[in-house]
Design a binder for this molecule. Structure first.
Ligand code: ZN
Length: 231
């Protein structure tokens, strides 16, 4: 109910909700019981629908208990996404699988490459299932261009911006402002848009010790300037 109210206030202010991030984990040590997992994921879909968010981002969760590597976990993800997709479609919510940087594979996302994300899209084959592309997670991937073309414009649902600091101190909360790191931001955007994406560029900078400590208005000014210069 609050989601509906928040969505209405956003629209009354002349804004829109680009997306809701994220679902609870679908696999991993905290996502064992399939029924409970799907109930929570459906609640996230309901929240996205209430907000009027076109896209719900899925962060899949880490390696499933009693398995090793990522292959078994990815199969479980595909199975659970297949169950969730029709529920989301009925509520006009698109689901975006977001592959995360491989440093998170153990406990946050056994899904680490755009290739694996598109593989799941192919396997599930639902019109409302696609991917979200986040610079932080894909900047190193030399196969990115080919995999984005494979995804195609109808399956790229989001593009997230920040930068990868060469000497990052914390892989979760030390993201860089665009231009401060080593990601080739213009090249990545050209690949994403070259594959047909024409949606928003969302700036997403988790930065506990730097940007979160600065004056928000100043951060916004820097963000806009960097977006125009480096992205
Ligand atoms: Zn992201």
């Amino acid at each position: 109910a609050r989601a509906v109210e928040i969505g209405a206030r956003v629209r009354a202010a002349g804004l829109s909700v680009a997306g809701l991030c994220r679902t609870p984990f679908l696999v991993g040590t905290d996502a064992i019981d399939k029924v409970a997992v799907l109930d929570e994921a459906k609640a996230a879909v309901d929240m996205a629908a209430g907000l009027g968010a076109a896209v719900l981002t899925i962060v899949v969760g880490g390696v499933h208990p009693d398995t090793k590597g990522t292959a078994e976990s990815l199969k479980i993800v595909a199975d659970r996404v297949a169950d969730l997709a029709p529920y989301a479609a009925e509520r006009h919510v698109k689901l975006a699988l977001e592959p995360l940087n491989p440093v998170y594979a153990g406990n946050r996302s056994c899904l680490t490459t755009v290739r694996d994300a598109v593989d799941i899209c192919d396997a599930v084959n639902a019109a409302n299932l696609g991917i979200a592309v986040d610079v932080y997670h894909v900047w190193w991937d030399s196969d990115l261009e080919a995999q984005l073309l494979r995804a195609g414009k109808d399956r790229i649902f989001g593009y997230h911006l920040c930068d990868w600091l060469a000497d990052t101190r914390d892989v979760l909360l030390d993201r860089g402002m665009m231009g401060d790191g080593v990601a080739d931001l213009k090249a990545i955007r050209a690949r994403v848009e070259g594959a047909g994406y024409d949606g928003p560029c969302e700036v997403e900078i988790f930065s506990a010790n730097t940007w979160w400590k600065r004056d928000p208005a100043t951060v916004l000014d820097v963000m806009i300037e960097r977006f125009r210069t480096f992205c």
